[in-house]
Ligand binder design. Structure first.
Ligand code: GLN
Length: 340
C-alpha cells in the first residue's frame, strides 16, 4: 500500500520550511521499504480526505486567515480526522485547527474546531527563539526525548479539556507562559515547534508514522540525532532572551519573567540599560544564566571582569563572578564599550 502524505497549502502555510515535515515523513517510510507519496495541495485546490497523514505548517496572520477560510469551507480535514488520519499542525496550523485564533485585524477568527483550544493575542509580545519541550506522559514513557524547535508567534493558546499539551517547556515560551507546549487530541499533534520539527526530532516523526502505519524498525539516525543534540545545547545556551515585545517596549525594561527569562525589545534595545534581575530582583544572574558561548549573548574578559555582551551588541561593562560561581551584575551599561 502506498502511504499518502498531504502537504496542505504550502504557499500559505509554509514558514521556516515546515513543508519539510512532509519530506521527512515520506523519506523515513521509503528508507524502510514503504511506498510513500507526498501530495502537495495548493491553496485553492480541494484537500483530499483519504490520505494517511496531513502536514499543516505555520504562516503569517493574513495567509493563515485565508487558509483557515478555505479549510473551514471544505471540511476535508474534519472528515480525514474522523476517518483516523494523522495530522501534524505547526504554529498557525495548530491555531487554525483550534476553535478560535487571532485574525489579521487582531479580532477573533473562527478555526476548524478540530482541537479544543483557543488562541488570543499575547499581552507580552511575540515569542521568538529556540524552544525545548519535555514530552508529556506516555510519549516520554515510549522514549520520545526532549523536543527541539524554533518558535515565532504572537498568539497564545489556551487548551480546553478536549486536548492536552504535547509537553512541558524546558526552554522557551510555548503555548503562552513557558509552562506547556502544543495541543494533542487523538492522532492530531499540534505544536509551536518549527525547524522543521520532524527534521530536528526524528523520533517524533517515527511516532506519528507509527500511528499511521504501525510499528517501524529503527534507522541509522546519527545525523539527525547530532543535529538534535546540537540544537538542544544551543537552546540551553540561549536561555534568557526569549521574549520580545512587539512594540519595542521590553516589558519593564528587561525585567526577567518569573521563570528567569529576559525580555527584550523588537528594536534590539534590551532592558534599556542592559539590566538584569533575578526572580527576587537581586540583580544577579544564576549559574545557568551566565551569558556564554556563541550567539547574541556572549562575554569577553576585561582584566578580572567579564563584559556581558547583550543581544543588541552592547556590553554590560560591570559585573564579576563570585566565588560561588554566580555572576554579580551591577546594572550599569556602557554602550559600545568594546564594540561587537
Ligand atoms: N500568525 C501566528 C502568530 O503569530 C502564527 C505564526 C507562525 O505560524 N509562525 O501567532
Amino acid at each position: 500500500m502506498t502511504v499518502t502524505i498531504a502537504l496542505v497549502y504550502p504557499e500559505l502555510l509554509g514558514t521556516y520550511g515546515d513543508g519539510g515535515n512532509a519530506t521527512v515523513l515520506a523519506q523515513r517510510l521509503a528508507w524502510r521499504g514503504h511506498e510513500a507519496r507526498v501530495v502537495t495541495v495548493h491553496a485553492g485546490q480541494a484537500v483530499p480526505e483519504t490520505c494517511e497523514l496531513y502536514v499543516v505548517g505555520g504562516g503569517e496572520d493574513l495567509p493563515q486567515a485565508l487558509a483557515a477560510e478555505k479549510l473551514r469551507a471544505g471540511r476535508a480535514l474534519h472528515h480525514a480526522v474522523d476517518g483516523g488520519a494523522v495530522v501534524l499542525a505547526v504554529c498557525a496550523g495548530l491555531q487554525i485547527l483550534g476553535e478560535r485564533f487571532v485574525g489579521p485585524d487582531g479580532r477573533p477568527s473562527d478555526g476548524l474546531g478540530i482541537l479544543d483550544c483557543r488562541t488570543t493575542p499575547s499581552a507580552r509580545g511575540r515569542a521568538i527563539g529556540e524552544i525545548l519541550v519535555q514530552p508529556a506522559g506516555e510519549w516520554a514513557g515510549d522514549g520520545l526525548p526532549v523536543l527541539s524547535g524554533f518558535e515565532n508567534h504572537s498568539g497564545v493558546t489556551e487548551l480546553g479539556p478536549g486536548c492536552r499539551p504535547a509537553g512541558s517547556v524546558v526552554v522557551g515560551v510555548g503555548n503562552q507562559d513557558g509552562t506547556v507546549e502544543g495541543a494533542v487530541a487523538g492522532r492530531v499533534w499540534g505544536t509551536y515547534l518549527h525547524g522543521p520539527v520532524l527534521a530536528r526530532n526524528p523520533r517524533l516523526a517515527d511516532m506519528l508514522l507509527g500511528w499511521a502505519v504501525g510499528p517501524l524498525g529503527p534507522l541509522d539516525d546519527q545525523e539527525p540525532e547530532a543535529l538534535h543534540a546540537e540544537r538542544c545545547r544551543r537552546a540551553r545556551g540561549e536561555r534568557g532572551r526569549l521574549w520580545r515585545s512587539e512594540r519595542g517596549r521590553p516589558s519593564e525594561q528587561g525585567r526577567r519573567s518569573e521563570r528567569g527569562r529576559l525580555w527584550r525589545s523588537e528594536r534590539g534595545r534590551p532592558n534599556e540599560r542592559g539590566r538584569r534581575s533575578g526572580p527576587a530582583g537581586d540583580g544577579r544572574l544564576g549559574q545557568n544564566d551566565e551569558p556564554s558561548g556563541p550567539g547574541p549573548l556572549g562575554r569577553a574578559r576585561l582584566g578580572t571582569r567579564w563584559l556581558c555582551r547583550l543581544a543588541s551588541g552592547r556590553y554590560l561593562a560591570s559585573g564579576r563572578y563570585l566565588a560561588s560561581g554566580r555572576y554579580l551584575a551591577s546594572g550599569r551599561s556602557r554602550p559600545g564599550a568594546t564594540g561587537r
